[in-house]
Design a protein around this ligand. Structure first.
Ligand code: SF4
Length: 195
């Protein structure tokens, strides 16, 4: 492959991963003189998805009471750092997940969209709570009746408010989607409903 050619992410490539624990025979040791162990094969794309799913950095976007539960998720009792996502960024340019936590007013909607647009691709959105997903009890002209009218949503977390562990469950569902190579909702949204 020339230096100006892009690698094909779906090409079957073999990547050698050598764990240190497995004991090997003298014969194998002669073949792998510097390594102690076996190898496995995978695809470059799968390694990329694995890395993305385990290093999702959320953007700060708390709008109402649900945000308190979101903050609790990153504190010591629930500790979202176990999933690689403890780094809540104040800059959208360093984030790849927007958690919309709370009701979204019509006045705030353009700002939410602007922050979303400033996040680099690929990016994902979790709609947290009844208000973000449907307007909740605020069925009036001032509140957007579902943030999916403004940004494409990947995972909806129900509840009023959802508990931190509910949000974490939604978060691990998003990780599963990424690991399976399911494209972000933004891809489908742009090609389907239009923005
Ligand atoms: S869903 Fe409940 S807790 Fe969350 S913002 Fe709405 S009223 Fe507050």
């Amino acid at each position: 492959m020339g230096v100006d050619q892009k690698p094909d992410p779906n090409a079957i490539e073999t990547v050698t991963i050598v764990p240190a624990r497995r004991l090997i025979s003298e014969e194998e040791n002669a073949f792998w003189p510097t390594h102690q162990g076996a190898f496995l094969t995978t695809r470059i794309a799968d390694i990329g998805h694995w890395g993305q799913a385990n290093s999702i950095w959320p953007a700060l976007f708390g709008l109402a009471c649900c945000a308190i539960e979101m903050m609790a998720m990153s504190a010591s009792r629930w500790d979202v750092a176990r999933f690689g996502s403890e780094v809540f960024r104040a800059s959208p340019r360093q984030s790849d997940l927007m958690i919309v936590a709370g009701r979204l007013s019509v006045k705030m909607a353009p700002i939410l969209r602007q922050v979303y647009d400033q996040m680099p691709d690929p990016k994902w959105v979790i709609s947290m709570g009844a208000c973000a997903s449907t307007g909740g009890v605020f069925n009036n002209y001032a509140i957007v009746q579902g943030v999916d009218q403004i940004v494409p949503v990947d995972v909806y977390v129900p509840g009023c408010p959802p508990t931190p562990d509910m949000l974490m469950y939604g978060f691990t569902m998003l990780q599963d989607k990424i690991k399976q190579g399911i494209p972000p909702a933004s891809d489908q949204w742009l090609s389907g409903r239009g923005v």
